[in-house]
Design a protein around this ligand. Sequence first.
Ligand SMILES: Nc1ncnc2c1ncn2[C@@H]1O[C@H](COP(=O)(O)OP(=O)(O)O)[C@@H](O)[C@H]1O
Ligand SMILES: [Mg+2]
Length: 273
Amino acid sequence: MVADQPFAEPVPGVAKSDPVLVVDGVTRTFGGLVAVDVGHLEIQRHTVTSLIGPNGAGKTTLFNVLSGFDNANAGEWHLNGGSLVGIPAHSVARRGMVRTFQLTRSLARLTVMENLLVADQHNPGERLRGALLGGWGAAEADAKERAAALLDRFGLSTMVDEYAGSLSGGQRKLLEVARALMVGPEVIMLDEPMAGVNPALTQSLLTHIQTLRDDGMTVIFIEHDMDVVQEISDWVVVLAQGAVIAEGPPSSIARNRVVIDAYLGEHHGDAAP
Ligand SMILES: Nc1ncnc2c1ncn2[C@@H]1O[C@H](COP(=O)(O)OP(=O)(O)O)[C@@H](O)[C@H]1O
Ligand SMILES: [Mg+2]
């Protein structure tokens, strides 16, 4: 990074050439607190777009709303042109957009394989019993095959019959991503997947995330570590007090005065140039 380069000031609300997700006027309040107030945001298809911002900026709440785990007070958002307003999470997943959670939700008392099978779109929760007892034929064989391939990809093959509760924090994060991938999503939203992951797994997780993009997915990625954000992102969106205050390529974001004031100032030494 060139130290004497002028400060770039990327503005929010930038139109994209091929947006997969378009967000308009989405607000979410809790009592008097405005957690999310996003005017206009477009996510370009086939990118890793990082969502950054200080604690409490509304990043998780925005994910919750967009993925159907929470309701907006107002606004619209469209996936491939189709409105997702009022669509519950499992239907959003079927339409191709899934998310992982900041705190992993893997089911500790199911095995690694069972965790993937219950996440499968052809095997919704109410059929869990059938899934675990077996006997659903071709669909099961297909799901098991996809699950095994995902476990292999994430280095979890040897854990296939272990209880999820016995995995390390980092392995649970990988399992969480694998679970999300069972539905064959087009857009995957990852809420701080690196948090609590040991350095040995961090690089592998980063590589996996870039591979998802290279395989044709769109990744929206909440991350605190600016080095990671710089390394992995095609585009960075900065949220502060619920609003998008800037967006741009990672290099421009790191030089953005508004961002430095709102965010990097809190994280001295993390990344500010
Ligand atoms: N269920 C809730 N009830 C009340 N306040 C909430 C709730 N969820 C989030 N908030 C508040 O909304 C704001 C945004 O939170 P969050 O989306 O978790 O931020 P981030 O993920 O950026 O750290 C915070 O002030 C948080 O305390
Ligand atoms: Mg959060």
